[in-house]
Design a protein around this ligand. Structure first.
Ligand SMILES: [Mg+2]
Length: 209
């Protein structure tokens, strides 16, 4: 929507010779939007799919893997500690997450095939706003054009269906995939080293050869 508005606003300022082309592009965008209207809408997780939360988290403890942080209690204590460092630290933590290669490949495939998607990511409990701001900064850098529409909530399952239509969630967290499927959505469990399989599943759903 933003891009159409932008194009229409541009009509006022540009050379009349380009108007036909811009009108043509707007019509193309509207037709593509209609084409996808009756298909499941795609929701895309961030941490563990696009952004490497787990490596950054391990680094806080000078570990290679987040699994080396310790058992469940130790990991929970680590998140409490992360929150205790305050909103500025939390903002930076999320704003500087390294990208995941599979996730970037997936995003570029979605954009190439013009499949509309919405980023759906859970904020950090305890520093919600700082984590959201950091995530938006990250999106502007690695997945530009998506931060404005992105949804930040831990209750992802609310988006599993709309108007009798099942929507798709690509997420690395089994808990979210389980709740999504229970709510009637199509859940695709993501693994960064299996991005080809995820793309295959999406290609089937959206009828892309
Ligand atoms: Mg995740």
């Amino acid at each position: 929507m933003w891009s159409n508005k932008h194009k229409i606003q541009n009509l006022i300022f540009i050379n009349p010779a380009n108007i036909v082309q811009i009108v043509w592009e707007v019509i193309g965008d509207v037709m593509r939007a209609q084409e996808f209207e009756n298909k499941p809408h795609l929701y895309l997780d961030m941490d563990g799919v696009q952004a490497d939360f787990f490596t950054q988290w391990a680094r806080l403890h000078d570990k290679r893997s987040y699994k080396d942080i310790g058992d469940r209690a130790a990991r929970e204590a680590s998140i409490v500690e992360l929150n205790a460092r305050g909103p500025e630290f939390v903002y930076k933590f999320f704003a500087t997450l390294p990208p995941l290669h599979g996730g970037l490949e997936l995003v570029s495939w979605l954009k190439k095939n013009q499949i509309p998607f919405t980023v759906l990511s859970a904020p950090l409990r305890g520093n919600e706003q700082a984590s959201i701001d950091g995530k938006k900064f990250w999106l502007d850098k690695y997945n530009p054009g998506t931060s404005g529409q992105a949804i930040f909530t831990g209750e992802k399952f609310h988006y599993a269906r709309k108007g009798g239509q099942s929507n798709v969630l690509v997420d690395d967290f089994k808990k979210y995939i389980g709740a999504w499927r229970e709510a009637g959505g199509i859940g695709i469990l993501y693994r960064d080293n299996q991005v080809a399989e995820v793309i295959d599943q999406l290609a089937q759903i959206y009828g892309i050869k």
